[in-house]
Design a protein around this ligand. Structure first.
Ligand SMILES: *Cc1c(COP(=O)(O)O)cnc(C)c1O
Length: 397
């Protein structure tokens, strides 16, 4: 596709000029796993679908271009993408990883990669001194999430990449929360991007998928070998469904951003709320870096209630907003990280970063902002009444 087109146009047109046989405006689903060879020593470019598959290829080409990479690899989930990436490393290798990390990534490193002799140190990746203090001769890469989830900590991608390059380390960025519509880390010096495409790229809570995007010929060739050898590839129907979601990414991200900012402002002024973590608020410590390296904000943010007793009634009283895990879909979801997404992270690490029993994470959907505020406002009010009633009864006893 034309590189000079703006990202909105490229997203809307994913796959639309790619099927010369029929002119179909969206690329068809090719289910074939085997492809006929024209003659001995010749190939159409497709041999066996684990290696390369037509529908998946269109998705991969689009993903590479959107992230300004050289190659992309579609995987059966975000975790499959991470496992494929981590398979670059082996016995004795060491990684430096964001402290406030997606729970599944932590579990993969500690339960699985550790068996293959790969170790990790967890630090605040925005602190170059902290990075330097854990670096060893065996260190091979820095793995960052920015913003982190759930605490929305921001890392200066360019600063980390510069530091990493000076020590010949790879920089791997999980770009799930901002998507290439708002942030393109490869342009800031990163080497590998990973996405849980299950989230914003798919956007509708109906397809599980992961993407890897690489920069550089050598790294791209190595990743192609891992992708094909491990085989956790995305199927043709899921590839199609993911492209269908990506076509509306620009519109969705704009609405996710504006809704989440309005809700963050609303909660900031609410008497039951102790703290709001949203990098789009000027008082957020990462506000300036975020503004410099990204063109917008994700729809995820988190907040702490003043009293942990609020959590249960809030989750019981929200109606439009669903109490559910996951994030990045058109529907608003609220989750309780300590017992859900982050349960696999040891309490000491959770406490150190501030993921405690008063923290709720909000994945703001694309519903009308007034309905979202009304739903949350009602749940907060019901929670306040229940707590005050309980306190009054406790006082009488
Ligand atoms: C969900 C998520 C993952 C894992 O992706 P799956 O598609 O669920 O396997 C990895 N990183 C981040 C930031 C996520 O939110």
């Amino acid at each position: 596709m034309d590189d000079k087109l703006r990202i909105e146009s490229r997203l809307a047109q994913i796959g639309s000029l790619e099927d010369p046989a029929t002119g179909a405006v969206n690329f068809p689903i090719y289910n074939a796993t085997a492809f006929r060879h024209p003659k001995l020593g010749q190939s159409t470019g497709f041999d066996y679908s684990r290696t390369k598959s037509p529908t998946r290829s269109v998705l991969e080409t689009a993903a590479a271009q959107l992230e300004s990479g050289d190659a992309a690899f579609a995987c059966s989930s975000g975790m499959a993408a991470l496992q494929t990436i981590f398979s670059l490393f082996g016995q004795g290798d060491h990684l430096i990883v964001s402290l406030d990390l997606y729970g599944g990534t932590y579990r993969l490193l500690e339960r699985i990669m550790s068996k293959f002799g790969v170790s990790a140190s967890y630090v605040d990746t925005n602190d170059l001194e902290a990075l330097e203090s854990v670096r060893r001769p065996e260190t091979k890469a820095v793995v960052i999430e920015t913003p982190t989830n759930p605490l929305m900590m921001i890392t200066d991608i360019e600063a980390v990449c510069t530091w990493a390059k000076s020590h010949e380390l790879l920089t791997i960025v999980d770009n799930t929360l901002l998507t290439p519509f708002f942030q393109r880390p490869l342009e800031l010096g990163a080497d590998i991007i990973i996405h849980s495409a299950t989230k914003y790229l798919g956007g509708h809570n109906d397809v599980l998928a992961g993407l890897i995007v690489t920069k550089g010929a050598e790294l791209s060739a190595e990743m192609a070998i891992l992708h094909n050898s491990i085989g956790a590839v995305l199927g043709p129907t899921d590839s199609y469904q993911l492209m269908r979601g990506m076509k509306t990414l620009a519109l969705r991200m704009e609405r996710h951003e504006s809704n989440s900012l309005e809700l963050a402002h609303y909660l900031k002024g609410h008497s039951a709320i102790a703290e709001v973590f949203h990098p789009g608020l000027p008082e957020h410590p990462g506000f300036e870096i975020q503004n410099r390296q990204s063109s917008g904000n994700t729809g995820i943010f988190s907040f702490k209630v003043k009293d942990a007793r609020y959590v249960e009634p809030i989750l019981r009283h929200i109606r439009l907003i669903a109490f559910a895990e996951s994030l990045g879909g058109v529907e608003s979801l609220m989750t309780y990280p300590t017992v859900q997404t982050h349960a696999d992270i040891p309490v000491e690490i959770r406490d150190a970063v501030g993921v405690d029993d008063r923290l709720l994470r909000f994945s703001v959907g694309i519903e009308h902002i007034d309905d979202l505020i009304a739903d949350l406002g009602h749940a907060l009010e019901q929670a306040r009444i229940e707590i005050e009633t309980a306190d009054a009864q406790g006082g009488q006893a």
